[in-house]
Design a protein around this ligand. Structure first.
Ligand code: 13P
Ligand code: SF4
Length: 304
């Protein structure tokens, strides 16, 4: 283990801290984490930990979710500027105006949104539980879905709903091109294709499996095929390859790190070390906002 990694491990023990990391973070970040997961798994872990400090290596809304679920813990964020284009595409004021124009509608929000948007929501879903939760709602429920238009469109198609969709998108997944997938498929004709539901409809129609990061990992682990094209952020290849050393995995854009999520990649070992050492930046939240945002997240955890 290199020196910086060793120092982080020592600091974690001294401070009774846990490091939670998303699958899209850099391999070396995943290596120092106590738990690596998808949004749902990370939220669950954050809720149940008894460590004094949660260092969240992911993006801002994920750290907010940890604080909402476990407010007595100190939540540290290696880089406060690590946001999410989806979360940014839905401002709470705009959603409040939209809600006012649609009386009788319930607000269903993808977890990739701010605490302020969560506070205006009736239920939160992640890509890992969205279909299951929507199927539990009354069939005639009128629903506004925010902020991901692609995920919302996918849920509508899979459940037969007609949710009103916010016009938000992930700047990584929404930019994937079908033409590039066709090229990769032609080069690797035996490969199966897995994709995240944040991709556009025309992309999702061309793949073999659609699911959250954790669901894609499970699918590849259980499938007998030997080659896969993975249509999501390339950070996940680290855990996929670790779990499946005998399989051949391709990202959609081999050798093009500029296609990755710049915000996830802002987490690095140096920042994690300094953040743990100085116990800052710390994520703080207004208690009234936290309590309001907690209600739809708790509902999600109970239903999923
Ligand atoms: P998951 O919930 O599948 O981990 O996705 C989070 C995310 O930000 C995808 O872009
Ligand atoms: Fe947000 Fe997209 Fe990055 Fe996921 S990949 S954190 S949705 S910007």
């Amino acid at each position: 283990m290199n020196n910086l990694k060793q120092q982080i491990v020592t600091l974690k023990k001294e401070k009774n801290a846990i490091i939670l990391a998303h699958y899209y973070t850099l391999p070396e970040v995943q290596e120092v984490a106590d738990f690596v997961g998808d949004s749902l798994g990370l939220a669950r872990k954050a809720a149940e930990t008894d460590s004094d400090i949660i260092l969240f290596a992911g993006v801002h809304f994920m750290a907010e979710t940890a604080k909402i679920l476990n407010p007595t813990k100190k939540v540290l964020v290696p880089d406060m500027s690590a946001g999410c284009s989806l979360a940014d595409s839905c401002k709470a004021e705009k959603l409040a105006e939209y809600k006012a124009k649609h009386p009788g509608y319930k607000v269903l929000s993808y977890v990739n949104c701010s605490a302020a948007v969560k506070a205006l929501s009736d239920l939160i879903v992640t890509s890992g539980n969205a279909l299951k939760l929507v199927n539990q709602l009354p069939e005639d429920e009128k629903i506004i879905f925010v902020p991901d238009g692609n995920l919302g469109d996918y849920i509508n198609r899979m459940t037969g709903r007609e949710m009103l969709l916010w016009d938000g998108a992930c700047c990584v997944h929404d930019h994937y091109e079908v033409q590039q997938l066709e090229k990769m498929k032609a080069e690797h004709p035996e490969a199966l294709v897995v994709a995240h539901p944040e991709c556009r409809r025309e992309m999702l129609e061309k793949v073999d499996f659609i699911g959250s990061t954790a669901a894609m990992l499970n699918y590849i682990g259980e499938n007998e095929a030997k080659e896969f094209i993975v249509v999501t952020e390339s950070g996940i290849l680290y855990e996929m390859q670790k779990r499946n050393p005998d399989k051949v995995l391709y990202t959609l854009y081999p050798g093009q790190p500029e296609r990755d999520c710049v915000n996830m990649k802002k987490n690095n070992l140096e920042k994690i070390y300094n953040t743990l050492l100085n116990e800052e930046p710390e994520l703080l939240m207004d208690e009234e906002l936290r309590q309001k945002a907690l209600v739809p997240i708790q509902r999600m955890l109970e239903m999923s």
